[in-house]
Write a protein that binds this ligand. Structure first.
Ligand code: AMP
Length: 214
């Protein structure tokens, strides 16, 4: 099971990837989560990435490609993986192809999460995030049982720096300019399946499983 989850920020990739990775016992490889962890831990990678992330820009390709190469070489990725938030540019997609070629494997499917822009804005600005276990919630659509407390681990939820409205608008523009062109590439290769990313979390979950099975 080697999948890419592709779509704009706020499309629900992380929520679905986390759940399906658990169900299938494969790692969720989320570059955004890896970078946030590096920022929290103050590593050299985190220090380099933080300024890009805070202003809603992409971290340079060579940094991300190095990170992914290391991650996919780990033993737990042998059984498969869900790439969540990577690739995000044409050079990243080229690098992924090279890497998978070296590992002697290929992608099974690219799932595109289709969500209207107005909905993305609503979702992102209301999103709350658990810094301890990475779970995400939403003040309206997916509230935690206790206000501002993570259902999974009990930590206090926070708003991501880059989920403020001005930065969200910038991230959506970056997506349109740099990531959306990947759709055409995967569509032409016949590996792209579009899933309606609006609706109930369970229904989207079922649609992805159907796309992967088919
Ligand atoms: P995300 O959690 O996927 O929305 O990612 C948060 C931020 O991390 C993005 O706005 C980028 O600054 C950075 N980032 C995550 N994945 C990538 C990637 N594949 N390429 C470049 N930057 C990335």
């Amino acid at each position: 099971m080697r999948l890419v989850f592709l779509g704009p920020p706020g499309a629900g990739k992380g929520t679905q990837a986390r759940e399906l990775a658990r169900e299938w016992s494969v790692p969720q490889v989320a570059t955004g989560d890896m970078l946030r962890e590096a920022v929290t831990n103050g590593t050299p990678l985190g220090r380099e990435a933080k300024a890009f992330m805070d202003r809603g820009a992409l971290v340079p390709d060579d940094v991300i490609i190095g990170l992914i190469a290391e991650r996919l070489a780990q033993p737990d990725a042998k059984r498969g993986f869900i790439l969540d938030g990577f690739p995000r540019t044409i050079p990243q997609a080229d690098a992924l192809e090279r890497l998978l070629g070296e590992l002697g494997v290929s992608l099974d499917r690219v799932i595109y999460f289709d969500v209207a822009e107005a909905e993305l804005l609503r979702r992102l600005t209301g999103r709350r995030f658990c810094p301890a276990c990475q779970s995400t919630f939403h003040v309206v659509f997916n509230p935690p049982k206790r206000e501002n407390v993570c259902d999974r681990c009990g930590s206090t939820l926070v708003q991501r720096e880059d989920d403020r409205e001005a930065t969200v608008r910038k991230r959506l523009q970056v997506y349109a300019d740099q990531t959306a062109p990947l759709l055409d590439r995967y569509r032409k290769r016949g590996t792209l399946t579009t899933v309606a990313g609006e609706g109930k979390i369970d229904a989207i979950h079922a649609a992805i499983k159907k796309a992967v099975a088919g």
